[in-house]
Design a protein around this ligand. Structure first.
Ligand code: CA
Length: 232
């Protein structure tokens, strides 16, 4: 059985050891880097299936590392931050990270996030479905050619903005998209609309596609950060 390769970029030995021990018991392979410059070399030579990146490294800013890694690979990046400031997470996500986890974190939470990231990587091959013009995620179906959206076989009628929103989230299934990213992609600028209006559009979209909008199955909210389409 193939053991996914995880690159751990972390300068704190206690956290690095905790992650290593966890990965060992779960049948992952891993490689560790303690600095940013080491990490960038390893990201090429080790060719990991996922990267766990501490934002507070001695030699380099986490966003710089993400930018460099993203210039050649789409490998999922999960950011680990001791900082609780939302802006750090948002900057990391805008630079192309997939997800974030805040220290201290539980092992179960860590492993769950890692599984989501790896699933996204593995489903990249399923992009052929999108080329066929159909997106399927559980009971949710988007037919791009006709612009129709179905939930459990029933067509739902979306406004043009809602349709753009769902297509953007679907295209990035598994990835946390920041408010600014969504505003830029859907409205063309961050100024044309704002986060409160995005929230309103998201609420009406949810009412149409979620069985229980207060307990959403498809679109997950990341408070002060953004939204993510979950793989059902
Ligand atoms: Ca650190």
């Amino acid at each position: 059985m193939y053991k996914p390769k995880i690159l751990i970029i972390e300068d704190d030995p206690a956290i690095s050891n905790l992650i290593k021990t966890t990965l060992e018991t779960q049948n992952y392979q891993y490689h560790t880097a303690k600095t940013g410059s080491e990490a960038i070399i390893d990201a090429v030579s080790y060719n990991p299936d996922a990267i766990i990146l501490d934002l507070g490294l001695p030699d380099m800013d986490g966003v710089t590392i993400i930018n460099k890694v993203r210039s050649w690979t789409n490998t999922p990046i999960i950011v680990v931050s001791a900082r609780t400031e939302d802006q750090d997470k948002v900057d990391a996500l805008d630079a192309g990270a997939d997800d974030y986890i805040t220290k201290p974190f539980s092992i179960d939470e860590f492993l769950a996030r890692l599984r989501v990231a790896l699933r996204r990587k593995n489903s990249e091959g399923e992009k052929s479905d999108i080329n066929n013009g159909i997106y399927v995620n559980g009971g949710l179906k988007i037919d791009y050619a006709s612009g129709c959206v179905y939930v459990d076989g029933n067509e739902v009628h979306l406004t043009p903005i809602e349709y753009k929103l769902i297509c953007l989230l679907a295209k990035n299934t598994g990835k946390v998209l920041t408010h600014n990213y969504i505003l830029k992609e859907v409205w063309g600028s961050v100024i044309a609309a704002d986060t409160p209006s995005l929230r309103v559009f998201m609420a009406t979209l949810r009412k149409k596609i979620e069985k229980d909008p207060s307990n959403p199955q498809y679109i997950q909210t990341h408070i002060s950060v953004g939204y993510r389409m979950l793989k059902v």
